[in-house]
Design a protein around this ligand. Structure first.
Ligand code: ARG
Length: 265
């Protein structure tokens, strides 16, 4: 199956065409026939203020995680090519995007994974004009030890396939899906670069359009949050048989660290 979930912006363009061509009730980007999407991050609940303080909302309609005071880790498909970029606004420190206490900071540089071509390597760093020192960062997994178990996902993306963006941060938990099982759904999975999660049998819980770039994370052995994935793509949202696909952070940890150092940390 071909990948079709890219940035929210592109998604909206595709959705507009789909909607115009077919019907107002057509699910955005429904490509393959299959079971109806799950009920109404999809299947999530509201995150509490301060629960995931490292969560970032990006103005192009993606998520991210605070990697260091000046750097936001997101998806390559959320950004343009590497270079100076002052057009992105990051919103931090709030679950309510309309809160008057939101921290809003502009970007000054984008670093997109070298060799990114829409097939794996879906990570990027956005450098902020001003460091955000009032919020904790989210450490990334440096090896495969945490590529298993149950993960937390969060974002302001659609709460159902084809649905609108959210004002309040939603969260959900999704179980790890091994590469072989995930490849049954997606023949174009890049197993070394991607890690899957979701309820294969039932669907119903998943990230969705607009969650891209946000973190998938879990508790480490010291009970601290650690990032194992970056929201990347999937066939629809929360469909049975189609897990969410995430960039495998441990694969890129060394590259992310050296890129971060080159950006000034
Ligand atoms: N590519 C989407 C975005 O730009 C994220 C899709 C995640 N899909 C999924 N079924 N988990 O927001």
């Amino acid at each position: 199956m071909k990948k079709w979930l890219t940035s929210w912006k592109r998604t909206m363009a595709v959705a507009a065409v789909v909607l115009a061509a077919f019907s107002l009730n057509a699910p955005a980007q429904a490509r393959s026939s299959g079971p109806a999407p799950g009920p109404s991050v999809v299947g999530g609940t509201r995150a509490a203020q301060g629960e995931f303080p490292f969560m970032v909302r990006l103005s192009m309609g993606c998520g991210g995680a605070l990697y260091s005071p000046r750097l936001v880790l997101t998806a390559a498909h959320c950004v343009g090519s590497t270079g100076t970029n002052t057009s992105i606004t990051a919103t931090l420190g709030v679950v309510d995007l309309q809160s008057s206490s939101a921290i809003k900071v502009r970007s000054n540089y984008v670093y997109r994974a070298p060799g990114y071509n829409g097939n794996g390597k879906d990570w990027a760093l956005i450098r902020l004009q001003t460091p955000v020192t009032s919020l904790p960062t989210l450490p990334i997994a440096k090896n495969t030890a945490y590529n298993n178990g149950t993960f937390t996902v969060a974002g302001w993306g659609a709460a159902r396939e084809g649905g609108g963006q959210q004002r309040y941060l939603l969260k959900a938990t999704v179980p790890f899906v091994d590469d072989a099982t995930c490849q049954d759904a997606y023949s174009d999975l890049v197993p070394g670069d991607e890690i899957c999660a979701g309820y294969m049998a039932t669907g119903g819980v998943d990230t969705c359009q607009g969650d891209s770039g946000g973190p998938m994370f879990r508790r480490d052995n010291n009970n601290a949050w650690i990032q194992v994935g970056i929201v990347s793509w999937g066939n629809g949202c929360a469909r049975p048989g189609y897990p969410g696909v995430y960039s495998e952070v441990s694969t890129f940890a060394a590259n992310i660290a050296s890129a971060a150092a080159s950006l000034g940390g």
